[in-house]
Design a protein around this ligand. Structure first.
Ligand SMILES: C[S@@+](CC[C@H](N)C(=O)[O-])C[C@H]1O[C@@H](n2cnc3c(N)ncnc32)[C@H](O)[C@@H]1O
Length: 284
């Protein structure tokens, strides 16, 4: 795929996300505004909070790629992070994030940009690059994505990922009402993106005739090799039978323990190993 094609996919996705954000806000905007009016509120799942504490969030400079409406980054700030910068392609998501952080007086920075085009001014700045729930699938080029992650991290930086498991991509999502939730209906290896025009309202659970959005499928080996080939070492990887996407709740409810999400922590090779207690429990 050439650069122009990648840009075209991302531009289509930007417009789709702009279209979706008012629906997300209608469903949950007031809830988040209210939640963040409580000092120290953290919207992250417990297991994520524990892992983040083991990395040490306090005083860290954090970049959130695909930050959407900012609630995860604001949570990281409330956990004691120093500078927090969120990057997202959607104008509407960034606007919501800026408004909410200003209203709640939780100082985070938000930039509307394509991940691939994040300014060089941010290179080598961050202690942690944070990625969660539904980021990789929007990326037309995962190799280039990890190249950018490596550039954003400082010499001893850490990459934190909490994502949808690639296995779940083979199963029907909840909006496919006719399908058996445990029957594999999609390939694991897929070069071309899925195209869909039924909207992206997994928050309010409405469907609408939307602009076409493009979703890319990446395998575990794409993810692992993207990290390995970019000067990072994986120090933690764990899979879970819980859905974190709100798209595979039926797969979870079916009661068969299948991998629906995972966490992964990677370190830049320059990370000072002498201060670590063990691979999974990095220094604070
Ligand atoms: C499902 S959200 C994930 C965010 C967050 N974890 C959440 O659950 O709200 C995906 C976000 O990725 C953003 N996005 C998609 N492609 C992007 C790109 N190339 N660069 C930056 N952001 C992008 C979208 O605008 C959207 O806000």
């Amino acid at each position: 795929m050439n650069d122009k094609e990648k840009e075209n996919y991302t531009e289509a996705n930007r417009l789709s996300w702009n279209e979706a954000m008012s629906r997300h806000q209608k469903a949950n905007g007031a809830k988040w505004d209210n939640a963040f009016s409580t000092p120290g509120f953290v919207a992250l799942p417990l297991r994520e909070q524990e892992l983040l504490k083991s990395i040490g969030v306090s005083g860290k400079k954090i970049a959130h790629l695909c930050c959407n409406n900012g609630i995860e980054l604001m949570s990281l700030k409330n956990m004691g992070a120093d500078r927090c910068v969120g990057f997202d392609i959607s104008d509407e998501a960034i606007k919501e994030a800026c408004d909410r952080s200003a209203k709640a007086e939780i100082p985070c920075e938000f930039e509307r940009t394509d991940v691939y085009k994040i300014s060089k001014d941010h290179h080598g700045v961050f202690d942690i690059v944070y990625i969660s729930i539904g980021c990789f699938g929007w990326m037309p080029d995962l190799k280039q994505f990890f190249e950018k992650v490596e550039l954003l991290l400082n010499e001893e930086g850490t990459l934190f990922i909490h994502e949808l498991h690639p296995f779940a991509e083979m199963l029907p999502s909840d909006d496919n009402e006719a399908a058996d939730p445990l029957k594999i209906i999609e390939p694991y290896f897929k070069a071309e993106p899925y195209q869909d025009n039924s909207g992206i309202d997994y928050v309010g659970k409405t469907t609408y005739e939307s602009r076409i959005q493009y979703w890319f499928v990446w395998t575990l080996s794409d993810i692992i090799m993207g990290i390995i080939e970019n000067d990072m070492v994986i120090v933690h990887f764990r899979e879970y039978a819980e859905d974190i996407s709100a798209l595979h709740e039926k797969n979870q409810a079916a009661g068969i323990k299948i991998p629906l999400s995972y966490t992964m922590i990677s370190r830049k090779k320059g990370y000072n190993k002498t201060t670590q207690t063990d691979a999974g429990k990095p220094r604070d």
